[in-house]
Design a binder for this molecule. Structure first.
Ligand SMILES: [Mn+2]
Length: 394
């Protein structure tokens, strides 16, 4: 683990409030960028060490690669493109490399056409060359290096480049030279905005950068409804709107770009593939490979369907099982204190956030679902307690 990565709530008493402190000495010879974000009522403190070291590296034009987790979502891609646009303005040579293809509804993002896809045969070699020759590699929106895929991870680790990790997932692995991490942040996009501001680049933020950041924050907060939507998120949005951001346009681009098969797949899932266990306050979907084929499934088509299960009155735990590439992928969602990430980690080789996690198993979807159902009784008390804690809707 990152020995010097301070977590939320760590006690540092002598920092000035509320200005970011840029002039602290490096933490005990540590090679990490150390950022502490702590909320004190409405005031947030940040302390940074070794930030100057990174800034010194960036004082000269550098060759930079930015990457993100596989099957990037709007936060991963938006964060990457926002950072790319900013670093390009600063005079660097920057390329965004996505490990895998991604959903069409993300392709409106500014500079999307310049993104390379590592898995794409035609772009694989160019991607590898850029990684090998990079001075700096930014890893965004993931905390375990293998989330880019084993081959890509090996390329990154072989490269002499300094690695910068900017992320909000729990338990970051110790693979980066510089780290900006806060698992209380709503999104990586929020951290990217802060990173730009801390780099003295607030004036460089334009509509294009703002659109990418907004898309990341919007999707990771469920359109600003999850508890992670802090006052800071809304302050950032205010800043972006003052720069000319058309927020309605981004909602339309992301949410109103359904194709017919995607909508019909949703309808089918809701009417035929949703199971509800009122006893355990749990609801889940299961889609077989055949189901997906029938509706001409394309990457991203099932995104967000799990949330319909969680929207049922009295349901506090939801899952979405789908059979892809010979394995079963699962999304978990919960409300309140039920730790979806611990559940995913313990039984389905996964992890994530407390209320939104993912997992994967080699079992066929039916077997995975049966095992899931057999696990619920052990959680009855916890699930009941979650329901008791729900706000009174009366
Ligand atoms: Mn994210």
């Amino acid at each position: 683990m990152l020995g010097l990565l301070l977590q939320h709530g760590d006690e540092i008493s002598h920092f000035a409030v509320p200005v970011p402190s840029f002039d602290r000495p490096s933490a005990q010879g540590c090679g990490k960028l150390l950022i502490l974000r702590r909320r004190m009522e409405t005031t947030k403190m940040r302390a940074i060490s070794n930030f100057e070291q990174l800034q010194r590296l960036l004082a000269e034009p550098k060759k930079i690669v930015i990457t993100m987790h596989q099957r990037p979502d709007a936060d991963a891609l938006g964060s990457s493109l926002a950072l790319c646009l900013f670093l390009q303005k600063e005079g660097h040579q920057v390329t965004v490399i996505a490990p895998t293809p991604y959903a069409d509804f993300l392709k409106w993002m500014p500079s999307n056409s310049d993104v390379l896809v590592y898995e794409d045969e035609a772009q694989h070699e160019a991607s590898q060359k850029l990684v090998a020759e990079a001075d700096l590699i930014y890893c965004l929106d993931f905390s375990c290096i293998n989330r880019v895929g084993h081959k890509f991870a090996a390329d990154i680790q072989k490269s002499d480049a300094k690695v910068v990790l900017i992320d909000h997932h729990i338990d970051p692995e110790d693979f980066a030279d510089f780290v900006l991490w806060d698992h209380h942040a709503s999104s990586t996009a929020e951290l990217i905005y802060e990173y730009i501001v801390l780099s003295g680049g607030k004036d460089e933020v334009d509509v294009a950068i703002g659109e990418c950041i907004y898309a990341g924050m919007m999707t990771d907060t469920g359109s600003f409804r999850f508890p992670s939507t802090s006052a800071n998120v809304h302050r950032i949005i205010a800043d972006l709107m003052e720069k000319g951001l058309d927020h309605s346009r981004i909602h339309r681009l992301v949410y109103d770009d359904n194709n017919e098969t995607r909508l019909r797949l949703l309808g089918f899932a809701l009417s035929e593939r949703l199971e509800i266990s009122y006893e355990y306050h749990t609801a889940f979907f299961k889609l077989s490979a055949e189901d997906l084929k029938r509706f001409d499934y394309r990457t991203g088509d099932t995104e967000g369907i799990v949330n319909y299960a969680l929207s049922i009155s009295g349901i506090v735990f939801a899952a979405f099982f789908s059979e892809k590439d010979g394995a079963t992928k699962i999304s978990f969602r919960s409300v309140g204190d039920f730790p979806a990430n611990e559940f995913a980690g313990k039984y389905f080789n996964g992890g994530g956030h407390k209320n939104a996690a993912g997992g994967r198993t080699e079992e066929p979807v039916e077997e995975a679902v049966e095992r899931f159902k057999s696990l619920l009784p052990a959680y009855k008390e916890q699930l009941d307690a979650c329901v008791d804690a729900l706000p009174d809707m009366a």
